[in-house]
Design a protein around this ligand. Structure first.
Ligand code: DX5
Ligand code: ZN
Length: 249
């Protein structure tokens, strides 16, 4: 069980209000750094979360895997609830599950602020986005490396964020796929300026900089941050690189 620290105050405030905050709308501009808890040491999760928050990370990325949509299992609503009880930092839940409609309510209850589901996992993306809106959550849609951007055409205007996977989803610590850079530029061209473009998989200061130059503005990193000797320095190095590369829009 995580040992709550000064988050107690926040927790009390949050439980009273229980209003999710949509980081994609609330955090107006600039690059956002999203450490992926899949790579954190669960036995010391509280301390590691304190460090990435102190280092200036903007949201906490939580990978939910069901063993079907991807060949791996990870965290459920119970884990998200514990993180929620520990901190009021925005929680960015990435659903890699075959039936996202079944899980949306459960993660909203657990305290998610924003939920991203995969376009390959549903025939009715607009229904899911409408449900996320009713729950006042941020709404994101993701596509696997092989999925063409054309599949986004119908739904892209209704979401806050598109997550372009830069590795095949299912595991942390994989190598960044350079051929995703063109796709990032294509997606950026399809998005409005108020919408976010998130990249996830093999992100480090160098690959993040390349993604930033193509229009990405939310950077998920697991291994590069939680695998670092100095977590705080790792977050700062990422921000310095991406801020220096982002095109002015
Ligand atoms: C993979 C997940 C990623 C992963 C990133 O399917 O969606 O969020 O945790 O880990 P790294 O940064 O180590 O590739
Ligand atoms: Zn992820």
């Amino acid at each position: 069980m995580l040992e709550p620290t000064e988050a107690v105050g926040f927790r009390a405030v949050r439980e009273m209000s229980r209003k999710p905050s949509n980081p994609w709308a609330d955090i107006a501009s600039g690059a956002l750094i999203a450490p992926s808890l899949l790579a954190c040491d669960f036995a010391r999760a509280g301390k590691q979360i304190d460090r990435v928050i102190a280092a200036g990370s903007d949201v906490l990325h939580i990978d939910v895997m069901d063993g079907h949509f991807v060949p791996n299992l990870s965290m459920g609503p119970g884990f998200v609830q514990q993180i929620r009880n520990y901190t009021s930092h925005p929680l960015d839940v990435h659903l890699m599950v075959e039936d996202p409609a079944y899980f949306i309510e459960r993660f909203a209850e657990a305290g998610a602020d924003t939920i991203t589901f995969h376009i390959e996992a549903t025939e009715t993306p607009s229904k899911l986005v409408n449900r996320l809106r009713q729950l006042k959550l941020g709404a994101g849609i993701s596509l696997r490396p092989k999925t063409p951007v054309e599949l986004l055409k119908e739904i892209i205007g209704a979401v806050d964020l598109v997550l372009v996977m830069t590795v095949e989803p299912g595991f942390g610590g994989q190598e960044f796929m350079n051929d995703m850079l063109d796709k990032i530029s294509q997606v950026r061209d399809m998005l409005r300026d108020d919408q976010r473009l998130e990249v996830d998989g093999g992100i480090n200061p160098t690959t993040a900089a390349s993604c930033a130059a193509c229009g990405a503005d939310v950077f998920v990193a697991g291994e590069n941050i939680f695998g670092a000797e100095d977590i705080v320095a790792a977050v700062k190095a990422m921000r310095t690189q991406v801020e220096s590369m982002r095109p002015t829009r």
